[in-house]
Design a protein around this ligand. Structure first.
Ligand SMILES: *Cc1c(COP(=O)(O)O)cnc(C)c1O
Length: 762
């Protein structure tokens, strides 16, 4: 495929403005997110306008980084650099799609389209890895399956490609047709159908039909033979196609690969067994980051992996990559290796350690490390040896879910309102630093913590966006200014302002940014209405103190029956902040909405910021808000493993005080998690159930400090080593908080630091 700017420009019908010589440049890397830039010479930037931002704003920054080819729309009014090319079109998103359609249509090989509720990415990676040694195969990077991801995936197709594998994911009705038009698969794969993301769909059958629209152009469709709805849907829609059931991912991949490669036997196909399709991220003892990539080790996998690592690890540290032999068709080996060397250099990798050397190599503990090797078990062992945390009880944090929830709430608010991410209390137990880095990466305006120590930890970890400190009272307030934190002031006294100035002076800080808290009805802290005028007078005597924002907190935003109270708070906030701004003669950014407030009061919102807390973590402030909340993605999963299993007769007792009395012959499993880990003692004696091998198993006896026991008699597959999910995507945290008569906020914030936090991206 010709990747020259001239061809691209003609294909998208653009008006070309730029120097002649750029017309011959080859642009093989499409870019829609400025942060993913790694190869400026080969990149073409598509300036998309989306709900969360306008790509045109990033052009100066990309130009400075060396990008010279931009696709923009007619309303772009920024600088037209003389030595850069501007391809001007009506609608950038539309040309991104139409160009992808054109690229697909010129391709005459086999195209696989994969869809389903779950397992798309895993099946795509498995199929790719099974076929790559035998043919020239390309696939969508990572989980590029969306309305933007699919068009970008089309760029992977080159002249040598024999098979292209695409993943298509949708979240509501009507989206699949656009993806199907681009992909035009010849072979389809339907992996599974679950109840997730149901809100955009009328019924499971409706959802199956919508997904199956992908297969209109296929001659053959492989599908999950265990699912009746999938089977019935395909039979009804496509009676003339060759429909082949498969049982399990391995069978699916073997059958599809054999068909694609024209083989009659599936035996000779080697199918890898991936555990996950994600990247695990953790800290090393020396405070650097280490990332372990479960995705296939090949050029495109390494590029997307390094992009993830670079976007979230501690800057200014060396980057070491531990890499296996990149998977590719043997004929391509030299070209792939040459390109890989170039890519590693572009990403600033200072040292490469090969898979053969990795067991003996000494890895500097202060370097960031990226691991993507062929033997995932060996890679995992290296990763575990370098991380600080090894406890089997762990809270797994899906950072992509944090980003998805951020966007879900963002979409409820008007464009000009920006979000402040609440990461107090160790990021609601989920990890302030990693969640903070994620928020910084996806464009949060600020983050907020409760106490100074939390703010200092974030600065040390390299978080550079503004950090609000809600309760800044501490032993040594100089730390606030030494770390450029922004304190909240809750009283407007002369003493308070003078004290802040004194501490700022001691640190040589001249601009003092503070946030002013108003009490509009929570009756906890903040200025009251009649404090405003005296405060303004006082502030005039302290011109160096700058009110970066004024805010208040809602007491009843999640109470459906207390709208009157909330509306009263909103009105009072309006009145108080109006008089403050009038008296000061300038406007001040304002915010009052928390998660429940964003959910219920975003419609008429006019302020500059809103504060997103619990929703970021995929948890509803109150179950009654389910119907008015966009679909959230679960962020945290608390898991452990069974360390012992024993059988006891009826009448035997379990645990301290012999409180667990067995009423039948029972199989009892012990798990290494107790009240010191944050498992409340009230969850013992059958009050809570944890998920083991697909069965919810009750606790037995009292919860101990470090251990507890569960009855796994009804979970025949339970054995030493089985995973136990205490809460997570399949075992909602609300069940635990309901048992305790509390709210999920408390359950998650109380998971103790002893529990390992394991972060991953999908
Ligand atoms: C914790 C907190 C929030 C976030 O509340 P959620 O209900 O978790 O969204 C917002 N504002 C203030 C002042 C808070 O203390």
């Amino acid at each position: 495929m010709d990747n020259s700017v001239a061809t691209l420009s003609a294909a998208i019908n653009a008006c070309y403005i730029g120097p002649e010589d750029l017309l011959q440049r080859s642009v093989s890397v499409p870019l829609t997110d400025s942060r993913s830039l790694y190869d400026p010479d080969a990149s073409v930037f598509f300036a998309l306008r989306t709900a969360s931002g306008d790509g045109h704003n990033y052009i100066p920054q990309l130009y400075a980084a060396g990008v010279r080819v931009f696709v923009v729309d007619e309303s772009y009014s920024g600088t037209r650099y003389a030595d850069a090319a501007f391809l001007v079109v009506d609608d950038v998103m539309a040309v991104l799609r139409s160009y992808a359609c054109g690229r697909r249509r010129r391709f005459t090989g086999q195209v696989v389209g994969i869809t389903g509720s779950r397992g798309k990415t895993i099946v795509k990676e498995m199929l790719y890895a099974a076929m790559a040694p035998l043919a020239n195969v390309v696939r969508s990077p990572r989980s590029f399956n969306s309305q933007t991801g699919v068009p970008l995936s089309a760029w992977e197709i080159t002249d040598d490609t024999q098979v292209a594998i695409f993943e298509a994911g949708i979240s509501r009705m009507g989206e699949m047709q656009t993806l199907a038009d681009i992909i035009q698969p010849t072979v389809g794969i339907f992996t599974s159908l679950t109840g997730e993301h149901d809100d955009g769909f009328a019924s499971p059958a409706g959802k199956a039909r919508e997904k199956a629209l992908l297969f209109a152009s296929c001659h053959t469709v492989f599908y999950n033979g265990e699912n009746r709805i999938i089977e019935q849907t395909l039979r009804a829609m496509y009676p003339d196609k060759c429909l082949i059931p498969a049982f399990g991912n391995d069978d699916m991949v073997r059958k599809a690969a054999a068909a694609l490669l024209g083989m009659s036997e599936t035996r000779n196909i080697e199918v890898p067994v991936p555990v996950n399709s994600r990247i695990d991220i953790a800290d090393t003892d020396a405070g650097a980051s280490i990332a372990f990539d479960h995705f296939t080790c090949d050029l495109s996998g390494i590029i997307t992996g390094l992009d993830t690592v670079r976007r979230r690890t501690v800057r200014n540290r060396r980057l070491v990559a531990v890499l296996g032999e990149p998977l590719c068709n043997p004929e391509e080996m030299d070209a792939v290796n040459a390109r890989l060397q170039h890519v590693l250099q572009l990403f600033g990798v200072t040292r490469v350690i090969s898979e053969n050397e990795m067991s003996s190599a000494v890895i500097p503990s202060d370097a960031n490390v990226y691991i993507n090797v062929t033997s995932k078990a060996a890679g995992r062992a290296l990763y575990s040896s370098l991380t600080t945390r090894r406890n089997v009880t762990r809270l797994e944090i899906n950072l992509d879910a944090v980003a998805a929830n951020f966007r879900a709430y963002r979409s409820l608010l008007p464009k000009q309102t920006r979000l402040i991410g609440m990461i107090k209390a160790f990021g609601y137990g989920c990890g302030d630093i990693e969640v903070g880095r994620t928020l910084q990466d996806i464009g949060a305006a600020k983050v907020a913590v409760a106490v100074v120590d939390e703010g200092v930890a974030l600065r040390r970890a390299g978080i550079s966006i503004p950090i609000m400190v809600l309760d800044p009272w501490c032993e040594n307030m100089r730390a606030i200014f030494a770390n450029h934190l922004e304190p909240t002031i809750i009283d407007g006294s002369e003493d308070m302002l003078a004290m802040l100035e004194e501490y700022a002076d001691a640190e040589g800080v001249s601009d003092i940014n503070v946030h002013l808290k108003l009490d509009t009805g929570m009756h906890r802290v903040g200025l009251h209405e009649d404090d405003i005028m005296p405060f303004v007078e006082c502030l005039k005597r302290h011109p160096r103190i700058h009110i970066a924002s004024v805010f208040s907190h809602l007491a009843t935003a999640d109470c459906l029956d207390k709208d009157n109270y909330t509306n009263g708070q909103l009105a009072l906030f309006r009145r108080m902040t109006d008089s403050l701004c009038n008296a000061l003669g300038h406007s001040i950014p304002r915010h009052i909405l928390n998660t429940a407030g964003i959910t219920r009061y975003a419609k008429d919102h006019i302020y500059e910021f809103a504060r997103l807390g619990i929703g970021l973590y995929g948890i509803l402030p109150d179950p009654s808000l389910r119907d008015v909340t966009p679909p959230l993605t679960t962020v945290a999963k608390l898991v452990t493993r069974i360390i012992a299993v024993s059988e006891y007769p009826a009448g035997a007792t379990v645990g301290y005080g012999c409180r667990g009395v067995l009423t039948r012959p029972s199989v009892i499993a012990t798990i290494p998690v107790g009240y010191a880990d944050g498992i409340d003692r009230h969850l013992g004696n059958g009050n809570a159930h944890f998920l083991v091998e697909g069965t919810m198993c009750p606790t037995v006896g009292n919860i101990c400090m470090d251990l507890c026991m569960i009855d796994v008699t009804d979970a025949p597959l339970a054995a030493v080593g089985s995973e136990v999910q205490i809460f997570g995507p399949e075992a909602p945290i609300q069940r635990i908080s309901d048992v305790l008569g509390t709210i999920p906020y408390e359950v998650i914030a109380r998971i103790s630091p002893r529990v390992q936090r394991l972060y991953f991206r999908e």
